[in-house]
Design a protein around this ligand. Structure first.
Ligand SMILES: Nc1ncnc2c1ncn2[C@@H]1O[C@H](COP(=O)(O)OP(=O)(O)O)[C@@H](O)[C@H]1O
Ligand SMILES: CC(=O)N[C@@H](CCC(=O)OP(=O)(O)O)C(=O)O
Length: 300
């Protein structure tokens, strides 16, 4: 009995320590916007999606304003494969054709945004609202290419967000709602044409425009590895100067992700973090504990 009581006491001690550790962060982020990028690789099963929706509701009811930008790379590739269309990535970006841009839109804003908003809304009807980058002038895009092995390459209908009109997002936030944003944008140079925007880069552009207190990117690795795939080389904190030096050596999906973190922090967002979205509720540890998780990008 004595041992049982002792164990119970220990458990209570741990619980209260965890709760009270969150106080400085609750104060720091009170009524502030945190932009959360939910990667396609981090939403691979229902349990992870439900945990994510729970976390967004948690942040909301803790007095923080989460704004979600989601990806969907693997889901787009799957849908394209079902249609007999191969996926090609160059420098971490999907080469996008007039045929595939329709699939990108359909998967991102037609399926994933709606599904995520629905899951969040299970916690309170109407809490989340799906908004596409094509709605109400949210994003304006301009075509971009990539550089692979020092050579410029064409990506087709892929763009950068060069203009953000955050009115729709701010209205939603002020109404106490959680925007769930799909990364697709009208092409400012070709009216009627849409561009496929990498979701990390869309999240960075939005975080800068909103003056977010933090950008958190959930993916399928523990963070940024200095010497990928050496698992002993996880970086816990890196400043923008060091990241700028490391960027040319990065591969595949990490290129847009770390470019996004760099742009966000250089654009005035105090911190950007890459965390493991395969761990349910990892974002709560990132936001509410001293040590955080994953890799944090900070100004010099
Ligand atoms: N230096 C690195 N550190 C961590 N992951 C890396 C690195 N270089 C390449 N990667 C790869 O990048 C992937 C994450 O990018 P991506 O697949 O685009 O994720 P998401 O769908 O979350 O945007 C990791 O799963 C890993 O395979
Ligand atoms: C241009 C480009 O590559 N767009 C991405 C958009 C989705 C995305 O970024 O999804 P993840 O975050 O899951 O990678 C794509 O078509 O896959």
């Amino acid at each position: 009995m004595g041992v049982f009581r002792e164990a119970q006491g220990l458990e209570v001690g741990i619980k209260t320590a965890v709760l009270i550790e969150s106080l400085p962060w609750l104060k720091q982020f009170h009524k502030k916007i945190i932009v959360v990028k939910f990667g396609g690789n981090a939403m691979v099963d229902d349990e992870l999606q439900r945990a994510f929706a729970e976390d967004m509701a948690y942040l909301h009811f803790a007095g923080i304003h989460p704004v979600v930008v989601h990806g969907g790379g693997p889901q787009i590739s799957k849908r394209l494969a079902e249609l007999g269309i191969d996926s090609e990535f160059r420098g971490g970006y999907r080469v996008t054709t007039p045929e595939s841009i329709e699939v990108v839109r359909d998967v991102l804003s037609g399926t994933i945004s709606r599904d995520l908003a629905e899951l969040v809304n299970e916690h309170q009807p109407g809490l989340a609202v799906a908004i596409s980058g094509e709605d109400r002038g949210l994003f304006g895009g301009r075509r971009r290419g990539a550089v692979v092995d020092g050579q410029p390459v064409d990506l087709g209908l892929v763009g950068d967000v060069v203009e953000v009109d955050a009115a729709a997002i701010l209205e939603a936030v002020e109404a106490g709602r959680i925007p769930v944003v799909a990364s697709i944008a009208p092409d400012l140079d070709a009216p009627g044409q849409s561009l496929n925007i990498n979701a990390d880069s869309a999240a960075a552009a939005l975080a800068i425009e909103l003056g977010a207190a933090k950008l958190v990117i959930l993916t399928d690795v523990a963070g940024l590895y200095r010497d990928w795939p050496n698992r002993d080389s996880l970086i816990s904190i890196i400043d923008t100067e060091e990241l700028t030096e490391l960027l040319p050596a990065l591969e595949s999906g990490m290129i847009p992700k770390m470019t996004a973190c760099l742009e966000a922090v250089e654009g005035g967002v105090a911190k950007a973090a890459i965390i493991d979205g395969r761990e349910p509720h990892s974002i709560l540890l990132e936001v509410f504990t001293h040590s955080g998780v994953g890799t944090e990008v900070v100004p010099v």
